[in-house]
Write a protein that binds this ligand. Structure first.
Ligand code: SAT
Ligand code: MN
Length: 609
């Protein structure tokens, strides 16, 4: 047996790698999970065709009308497997204290034993795919590699869209480069002769992370962030732990390039919880004359200080896994053009009678659809045609506004960081922080109404520091402290300015006070002008907030009193936030950095003076 021999390996028994650790791990997993065969994914077009055909035959995929959506497919998931399952997501650090109060924790030895039992024979009757991938540009000096082992063709195909996957990543692995082990099974072994279902999954789900070992093990779900392990599991949970150790930041942020009428480039990173419009902002079409925008990423930013002392960001991903409902030719024309170009996997949207897709908020008024549960749907139907967390998974390279520097391993220098949430009241349309530490306080106390991207009660307000609550690989207090320390060690002049935005403030009757979408460019213009020292803002107890007159509202068709309202700092409303922040800080506990406590005390004083 040569060192590259894998029992059950398809075609030949020689693996296309000599990486000893990888080969040992592949053998070990194959022995435990007992798949029918083992296949190394190469990321080729031929492989895509083979796997998508297989998925069509299996009933997981329906091929969409090639005239409407070339080389694109619709998957309808099991109705119980539609979002990330935070209650089943674990950070298995060696010490419980390191996982912190926001994560589920189980002792790693105990968790590994549980998982070993679950994985024993878990891939019976299935193919085990070995999927090498790279998060971030392949040309990086220190490429961030991973290998996902999975028994789901849906995952392999989606990983090809979302990551730099296949032979190029395997080559980067060489014989001994370190990589993140990401093991996944849908947890639905097939007995001899047993027919498969279109969306295999298990009622038992575990999304587990071993931060010290840089390892991920996921069982029982085939959906999104539970199963495409390069995304939240690697690029946020594991990477945040790496970033803490190594002095950089792994953040739940879009990366946007703004080009001013003077042709000057500004790069902005922005954090919002899942399903709060990150993709729309990432692909914004400015409504104000002379301004242009380009996209670098819509979900994750890795940021580190460059030799020049500025903070540089790269997007580790290769595709967009965007929320479909609400996406349309006016809210996000660039997302529409990206998916229309084809090569897209849709999950849990509705199917039209002519083999196209539809979701709530999309143009058109179809008489009849097949809804995401596979049932007939018409306009009288009470149920939504598309699941609220339905998604499109589409190559970034197809985005018409993609910035040419999107694949540059250097990254782009960030001028502004935006934090934002979905709040009906209290939080102004835009607030500039007093300085870095105050900005970190803003980020640490970020709050948002819960969306459908995770299981839980939609609409309830939760604190979500830097939109990272579901994605932290370690203690939230240590995380906030890491932000404070990075600021302390940096050249304050070169740090990005921090802003807090809220596109979602409402009037008494529930109407949105600000039109949002492309009009958010007016807020971005104010932000850029603040960076340049060229815009006015009022000093308020919560930071610098513009008046309506200080924002460019030319040509905007809204009631200016609504804009005033959207910018209002109501001291009495803010006083009601104080006990909520207090409670939140108590929950974080002793590890909350003193600098953030100082900011809290200073805010209370400003509100009471
Ligand atoms: O399901 S994912 O985690 O990939 C998407 C999201 O929640 O933002
Ligand atoms: Mn996200």
């Amino acid at each position: 047996m040569t060192s590259a021999t894998i029992p059950g390996l398809s075609g030949t028994d020689t693996a296309p790698t000599q990486h000893a650790d990888l080969l040992a791990w592949v053998r070990e997993v194959a022995e435990l999970t007992q798949p029918d065969r083992v296949v190394f994914a190469d990321g080729s077009d031929e492989e895509w065709d083979r796997l998508t055909s297989h998925l069509v035959t299996a009933g997981t995929f329906q091929q969409l009308n090639p005239d409407k959506k070339p080389n694109s497919f619709l998957a309808l998931s099991d109705p119980t497997d539609v979002a990330r399952v935070e209650s089943r997501t674990y950070i298995c650090s060696r010490n419980e204290a390191d996982a912190g109060p926001t994560n589920n924790w189980v002792d790693p030895t105990e968790m590994r034993a549980t998982l070993t039992d679950l994985f024993r024979g878990a891939m019976k009757g299935r193919t085990m795919y070995v999927v090498p991938f790279c998060m971030g540009p392949l040309g990086a000096a220190d490429p961030k590699l991973g290998v996902e082992i999975t028994d789901s063709e849906y995952v392999v195909v989606s990983m090809r869209v979302m990551t730099r996957m296949g032979t190029a990543a395997l080559e980067k692995l060489g014989t001994d480069r370190p990589f993140v082990k990401a093991l996944h099974s849908v947890g639905a072994p097939l007995a001899e002769g047993q027919a498969d279902v279109p969306w295999p999954c298990s009622d038992t789900k575990y999304i587990t992370h071993f931060p010290e070992d840089r390892e991920i093990i996921s069982y029982g779900s085939g959906y999104g962030g539970n199963a495409l392990l390069g995304k939240k599991c690697y690029s946020l949970r594991i990477a945040s732990a790496m970033a803490h150790d190594e002095g950089w930041l792994a953040e739940h942020m879009l990366i946007l390039k703004l080009i001013s009428p003077e042709n000057k480039n500004y790069y902005v990173a922005a954090a919002f919880p899942s399903a709060c419009g990150k993709t729309n902002l990432a692909m914004i079409e400015p409504t104000i004359p002379g301004w242009r925008a380009e996209t670098l990423g819509d979900d994750i930013a890795w940021m580190r200080f460059g030799d020049d002392g500025r903070l540089y960001a790269v997007n580790p991903e290769f595709g967009f896994f965007g929320v479909a409902p609400g996406t349309n030719w006016s809210s996000n024309p660039n997302a529409m053009k990206t998916v229309e170009a084809g090569n897209t996997v849709y999950t849990n949207v509705a199917l039209t009678d002519n083999g196209d897709v539809w979701w709530e908020g999309l143009e058109g008024d179809p008489d009849h659809l097949i809804d995401w549960k596979g049932h007939d749907w018409d306009r009288e139907s009470e149920e939504k045609a598309a699941h609220p967390n339905s998604r499109y998974c589409t190559p970034m390279s197809q985005c018409p506004t993609l910035a040419p520097e999107w694949d540059d391993p250097q990254g782009v220098p960030i001028s502004a960081i935006l934090f934002g949430g979905r709040r009906k009241t209290t939080v102004p349309l835009v607030t500039e922080s007093l300085d870095w530490q105050h900005g970190v306080f803003m980020g640490a106390t970020m709050s948002s109404e819960q969306t459908a991207a995770a299981e839980g009660k939609v609409g309830s307000v939760r604190r979500d520091p830097m939109a990272m609550i579901p994605f932290l690989g370690y203690h939230v207090g240590d995380y906030v402290n890491h932000w404070i320390n990075l600021g302390k060690n940096a050249d304050a002049q070169k740090l990005p300015k921090i802003f807090y935005v809220n596109w979602f403030r409402r009037g008494d009757d529930g109407r949105f006070l600000w039109p949002g979408f492309g009009e958010n460019s007016r807020v971005l213009e104010w932000i850029v002008n603040r960076i340049e020292g060229a815009a006015e803002g009022e000093s308020t107890p919560v930071g610098y907030v513009p008046t309506a007159a200080q924002i460019n509202l030319e040509g905007l068709d809204v009631d200016s009193t609504d804009v005033d309202e959207s910018l209002k700092v109501d001291v009495e409303e803010w006083k009601k936030e104080i006990p909520l922040i207090e409670e939140w800080f108590e929950f974080i506990g002793d590890k909350l950095p003193s600098g953030v406590r100082d900011e809290f005390e200073a805010l209370k004083e400003r509100l009471h003076s």
